[in-house]
Design a binder for this molecule. Structure first.
Ligand code: ADP
Ligand code: ZN
Ligand code: ZN
Length: 764
């Protein structure tokens, strides 16, 4: 493997580490006596500016060609070896990410180093009731009459919290209460907003109010086990496989407590969509002001503030999506990744990193390794495989603690339904259960698997599908007679005549959420229905609004796409219907079965969260498919066994590794020939390798047109390379990068764009 770090003649150094200066590093010579000790991330002192004043900087890269007159280049003066500063660690991490995922050092650095600025006066704000709770009800009625939905939601939450204050950021983000709604309540003296400067580190009333749950035996065992293994020198990541409601979050909280006692900080990753107010409040109750949240609705400044607090040692815990990994803590002792199977942990921007891998690396970069805990009810095949092969430690939680039993899951065979004359989208069993729940005033979730495929319009006579003229995807029919492209926003009027054969039998594929709502209205006109999908949640806060309105039992039935199946607790939901379970099996992606199994299991987990018993009906055309069968039996292990066989057979991750070389081009013909040149480079490399060592099977597929062959008139091609040794793929990548570098230097790299994606989770 070409060791790019072996060239250490010149170092690129950034002085004053700041986001906007990353693009302009300075070159320094590395004196011979330092060559052995410097590496990417090393903190150094360098002479700077005209007066050659000594400044501290960080090495971000090495080169043998500084790009200008070598005689004018100054030497690095010394290496600062005292306590590893946070910056060094993150620069080293960026270097690692560049090597693993293929990216420039700059883009890797920009991913890990938050823009940071001087801190201003920082305050915590809280919202609390100013009047006694019993007086609120009067105002609640007024809110209802005047349709002040947001105000009502806040007041209800405050009552629920029995006089506890709620952190301001939760009110504005999670509860989605606007500033004007808050102002109006404040002016009426119903609520008050208090500020606390948090350098004073206030006594925290919230913390003292907590009634501690007694951990179950299983939970206790896991907590003890994690630390015991660690003290025995077992630093392997822990995979915590716990069914929904088995108390994983409570385990996390205890782990964090112990971690804080040891003087260390913790990072908790939770996919944004699964991070509910309930969960957040549990963390706030336990850690009060020592916990902070970052999410995408925070402004850049707010996010930086949280990072600043971490840097200054004012918080011990941060909760957020994958970018929270880059919180500049001094001593990370614990990194938790909840719902570790979630696709959102993989970045879709270069460097296309996986949070799981970065977390494990980051843990090892600490002075003392940090503990990594990956939690899920349906672990990714990748992680389970790592547990099976001894790279991770597997721990389990097998019992629900909510009192509720796991729901009863049954499959409905849609072919059977059709044969017996049922043409409705609902199987007879599901209809029966829906009626039963409507009668009992219990709630129902109807879940449609995948939005992308639904709603496309085709000719039933010749099969013609309406597609976007700029992107290779089908258009979806929307209300108002428009056909819309979900990739570029292109839209056109619906045509009722097939442009191909002139037939009048043109219609939308009837399985969208809108269609289901219509069907429900037709069959059960009295039922109150809410719809949740990408269309109804486009505006800020609408997502939370729909959820809280359903939680408040303002509707009987919630119809939605996969966004409704994540982590929410609706105690009154006792029936979940999965309408098109197999839709996601048709995705042309080797993870299709895995995703289907996960979605179905998560969807099933939404029923019977309270004390009442739950039912789940999974409607499918493929009753025999193992993903569906195992989901119906809620049997993860059997699913894993089947799935890993398939991956072995076809050399897919995690058994093999896979590199996708994604090529975009403005010109179709040039794109193909460029892609073919890249294939030739990989082949040459393969030949050289075969001569040098025993041939190991490296599989090259393509170039083929990508699954979306063009977007916005840019043509897309892809080459897949599979090998069980990640290093081999990295070698190939270096060769391709070298080729592109040479083209760039000679000005021929125009109109092309190449990206790498290792062990991809999304198609291209
Ligand atoms: P998970 O994260 O695995 O879905 P949670 O930690 O959210 O599970 O726990 C599910 C429910 O069980 C929550 O309502 C929680 O308050 C409750 N719970 C967790 N641990 C205990 C315990 N030791 N005793 C009683 N209830 C518990
Ligand atoms: Zn036609
Ligand atoms: Zn388009």
């Amino acid at each position: 493997m070409p060791d790019i770090l072996s060239v250490k003649e010149y170092a690129k150094v950034i002085v004053d580490i700041a986001y906007d200066k990353l693009d302009r590093p300075f070159s320094y010579r590395v004196p011979d006596y330092l060559k052995q000790i410097v590496s990417i991330g090393t903190c150094v002192k360098v002479p700077f500016g005209k007066g050659n004043t000594l400044r501290q900087g960080y090495i971000i890269d090495f080169t043998d060609d500084p790009g200008f007159d070598k005689s004018k280049i100054k030497d690095i003066t010394e290496v600062v070896l005292s306590n590893l500063p946070i910056e060094s660690r993150y620069i080293e991490l960026a270097g690692w990410m560049r090597n693993r995922y293929g990216a420039t050092m700059i883009s890797a650095l920009k991913t890990v180093i938050p823009a940071h600025k001087k801190s201003k006066r920082l305050v915590h704000k809280y919202v609390s009731l100013k009047i006694p709770q019993r007086e609120v009800s009067e105002y609640l009625i007024e809110c209802q009459v005047k349709k002040r939905v947001a105000q009502r939601r806040l007041l209800e939450e405050l009552i629920l919290r029995k006089g506890e204050r709620i952190p301001y950021e939760l009110v504005t983000h999670k509860l989605n209460i606007s500033a004007s709604a808050l102002r109006s309540l404040k002016e009426k003296c119903i609520i008050e907003i208090t500020e606390e400067e948090y350098y004073r580190n206030p006594v925290n009333i919230d913390v003292q109010n907590t009634d501690k749950l007694n951990l179950s035996d299983e939970q206790q065992y896991v907590v003890r086990q994690v630390f015991e293994e660690y003290s025995n020198g077992n630093f392997k990541p822990v995979l915590l496989h716990g069914i929904t409601g088995s108390g994983k979050t409570e385990v996390y909280i205890r782990l964090i407590e112990e971690n804080i006692k040891r003087g260390k900080q913790a990072i908790v990753l939770i996919p944004e969509i699964a991070l509910t107010l309930q969960t957040l409040m549990r963390f706030y109750k336990n850690f009060g002001d020592r916990v902070s949240v970052v999410n995408s609705s925070l402004s850049k400044g707010e996010k930086e503030d949280q990072f600043e607090r971490a840097r200054n040692g004012e918080i011990d815990v941060i909760i957020g999506p994958r970018s929270a990994l880059f919180t500049p803590f001094q001593k990370i002792g614990l990194i938790i990744i909840d719902e570790e199977h979630e696709l959102s942990y993989k970045s879709e921007q270069t460097p296309k990193y996986h949070a799981r891998e970065v977390a494990i690396k980051l843990a090892m970069l600490q002075d003392e390794p940090a503990i990594v805990v990956l939690g899920s009810a349906t672990p990714s095949i990748d992680s389970y495989y790592n547990a099976q092969t001894g790279k991770y430690q597997l721990m389990k939680l097998t019992r629900r603690l909510t009192g509720g039993k796991l729901p009863e899951v049954e499959c409905a065979d849609l072919r059977e339904e059709l044969r017996s004359g049922n043409r409705s989208v609902f199987s007879r069993r599901l209809q029966e259960l829906i009626e039963n729940r409507l009668e009992k005033k219990e709630q129902i979730i109807l879940f449609i698997n995948r939005r992308g495929l639904a709603g496309f319009v085709s000719c039933r006579s010749c099969g013609y599908v309406f597609k976007c003229p700029h992107c290779d995807v089908s258009l979806s029919e929307h209300r108002g007679g428009k056909l819309v492209c979900h990739y570029c926003g292109y839209s056109e009027d619906v045509r009722r005549i097939c442009p191909e054969c002139g037939s009048k039998y043109v219609s939308a594929f009837r399985a969208g959420t809108e269609q289901i709502v219509k069907e429900v209205n037709k069959m059960w006109p009295k039922a109150r229905v809410l719809r949740m999908d990408a269309d109804t949640t486009r505006t800020k806060g609408s997502y939370e609004k729909i959820l809280s309105s359903f939680a408040n039992e303002e509707a009987d039935i919630l119809v939605g796409t996969q966004m409704i199946v994540k982590g929410h607790d609706f105690p009154n939901v006792t029936l979940v219907g999965v309408l098109a379970a197999d839709m996601s099996l048709y995705a042309n992606d080797y993870r299709a079965s895995e995703r289907t199994f996960q979605l179905l299991t998560q969807a099933a987990g939404r029923a019977g969260r309270g004390t009442k018993e739950g039912n789940v009906v999974i409607q499918t055309y493929q009753v025999e498919h193992y993903a569906i069968r195992c989901a119906c039996r809620q049997d993860y292990e059997s699913f894993y066994e089947k799935e890993i066989e398939y991956r072995k057979l076809l050399n897919y991750p995690p058994v093999s590794h896979m590199m996708a070389v994604q090529i975009s081009s403005t010109d179709e013909t040039k794109g193909i020939s460029f892609a073919n040149r890249i294939r030739a480079i990989i082949e040459t490399n393969q030949m050289l390798r075969k001569k040098a060592e025993v041939a190991k099977n490296e599989i090259i597929i393509g170039p083929t047109t990508a699954s979306i062959s063009k977007i916005n008139d840019i043509f897309r091609f892809v080459i897949y390379v599979k090998h069980e040794d990640y290093g081999i793929l990295t070698e190939d990548r270096y060769k391709i990068e070298e080729f592109i570098d040479n083209l760039t230097k000679s000005g021929q790299y125009r109109g092309f764009f190449v990206q790498f994606d290792f062990d991809p989770v999304q198609g291209f």
